[in-house]
Ligand binder design. Structure first.
Ligand SMILES: C[S@@+](CC[C@H](N)C(=O)[O-])C[C@H]1O[C@@H](n2cnc3c(N)ncnc32)[C@H](O)[C@@H]1O
Length: 206
């Protein structure tokens, strides 16, 4: 994933857009599902949260606005971190509660002390069936789910943004968490009603 072309640009319609290798990742027009990912874990009382994927910063911003006390964001691409620091999307951030680590979220999760986080929000790709980075397939599989479970407190939650519901992902979550949920998020995209999904696991099995 090291040689990818990452572009954060202002479109003619005024929107800011993130593309990787020519593939659309997100823009700042419809960000309700990114913010809902944060609300999902805040509603569970999460205050110390790791986020996979900075993107345009809406999940991180919603966590901070919602009262999180520590937010660690893992972002693969330094260009994305720079663009947000320069004011793209929900940036810039000037908040001591936030730290951004440039790297793969799998490595950042693995480096966490056991049972130290209330929540992990994963929004690094479009979900297991619509990958921008083929290498991210492993992030939706059991070994990664297991690493996340290990990094979470007993009442912790792992929330995963996905373009579609995924039975294999729900099964992987059920293997490591006591409660699994798939919540549809209605969104309006270019005049059409669509749904995104947040799949989550609560209470890691020890
Ligand atoms: C859809 S965006 C995240 C949107 C974000 N939730 C927001 O609120 O704007 C996905 C982000 O994950 C990053 N990413 C992709 N694969 C990653 C990985 N393996 N580890 C960390 N970040 C990754 C991408 O560069 C991109 O910035």
């Amino acid at each position: 994933m090291g040689d990818e072309a990452v572009v954060v640009r202002r479109r003619e319609d005024g929107a800011t857009e993130l593309r990787v290798n020519g593939v659309f990742v997100m823009d700042d027009v419809e960000t309700s599902s990114e913010r809902l990912l944060a609300e999902h874990v805040l509603d569970d009382g999460a205050r110390e949260v790791l986020v996979g994927g900075l993107g345009l910063g809406y999940t991180a911003r919603a966590l901070l606005d919602g009262g999180a006390t520590r937010v660690v964001v893992a972002e693969l691409h330094p260009e994305v971190v720079r663009a947000v620091a320069d004011g793209a999307g929900a940036g810039p951030f000037d908040d001591d509660r936030l730290s951004v680590v440039v790297g793969d979220v799998a490595d950042v999760v693995t480096a966490q002390p056991p049972a130290g986080l209330d929540a992990i929000c994963l929004d690094v790709d479009n979900g297991p069936d619509f990958l921008v980075h083929p290498a991210n397939a492993a992030l939706y599989e059991t070994p990664m789910i297991e690493r996340c479970a290990r990094a979470l407190r007993d009442d912790g939650v792992l929330a995963i943004w996905s373009m579609a519901d995924s039975a294999p992902l729900r099964t992987a979550l059920a293997g490591r968490f006591e409660h699994v949920e798939a919540a549809a998020v209605p969104v309006r995209l270019q005049g059409r009603d669509e749904r995104y999904w947040v799949l989550s696991g609560r209470r890691p099995r020890r």
